[in-house]
Design a binder for this molecule. Structure first.
Ligand SMILES: CC(C)(COP(=O)(O)OP(=O)(O)OC[C@H]1O[C@@H](n2cnc3c(N)ncnc32)[C@H](O)[C@@H]1OP(=O)(O)O)[C@@H](O)C(=O)NCCC(=O)NCCS
Length: 144
């Protein structure tokens, strides 16, 4: 079955949050995933916000970002009722297209080690696992 994939905008915020909640995806509602933060982020030309729809229902979403050197895939989620149909791969491809059009040659994603479904989806999409890399971050608050 083919599902519509289209860019998201600020008006899709509530549906996006509902999808993330259904999906069990951790996010930062008081930080970079707040309504205001997302409204600002969707306006950035280099950011790829895409949603997948079954009729009016948002069943998948992805955020592709660029830091100017690399593209990053973030917040990939597929509704639990639609998993196992390789839909994640379609959203990854869509984001890759948008990021490559900006001349980016490296696209990366951070995945928690116990997230086997996500690891499987990214491996199938051609991503390589780097066991030698540790993720370090510095945050202003725990909400960020
Ligand atoms: C990760 C995720 C986006 C994958 O979406 P998907 O469209 O189901 O991906 P795929 O169809 O390619 O399946 C990937 C893996 O999910 C697992 N899977 C398959 N059917 C499933 C189902 N019905 N329910 C749950 N997981 C299933 C399998 O491990 C599968 O790998 P395999 O085919 O090699 O066995 C989805 O599981 C999800 O939204 N998870 C919660 C949010 C999340 O963790 N996002 C990623 C953050 S890095």
């Amino acid at each position: 079955m083919d599902y519509l994939i289209r860019p998201l905008d600020a008006t899709d915020y509530d549906d996006l949050i509902a999808l993330w909640d259904r999906s069990g995806l951790p996010y930062r509602p008081r930080g970079r995933d707040s309504r205001d933060a997302i409204a600002n982020e969707v306006k950035r030309m280099e950011t790829c916000f895409q949603g997948m729809f079954d009729g009016d229902k948002m069943i998948g979403a992805i955020i592709g970002t660029s830091d100017g050197r690399k593209g990053w895939i973030n917040r990939l989620a597929i509704d639990p009722d639609y998993r196992g149909q390789r839909l994640a791969g379609l959203l990854i491809e869509e984001c890759e297209k948008a990021l490559r059009e900006q001349g980016l040659k490296v696209i990366a994603a951070l995945i928690e080690e116990e997230n086997l479904p996500s690891i499987a989806a990214f491996k199938r999409a051609g991503y390589h696992y780097h066991s030698e890399i540790y993720y370090f971050s510095k945050r202003e608050t725990d909400d960020d």
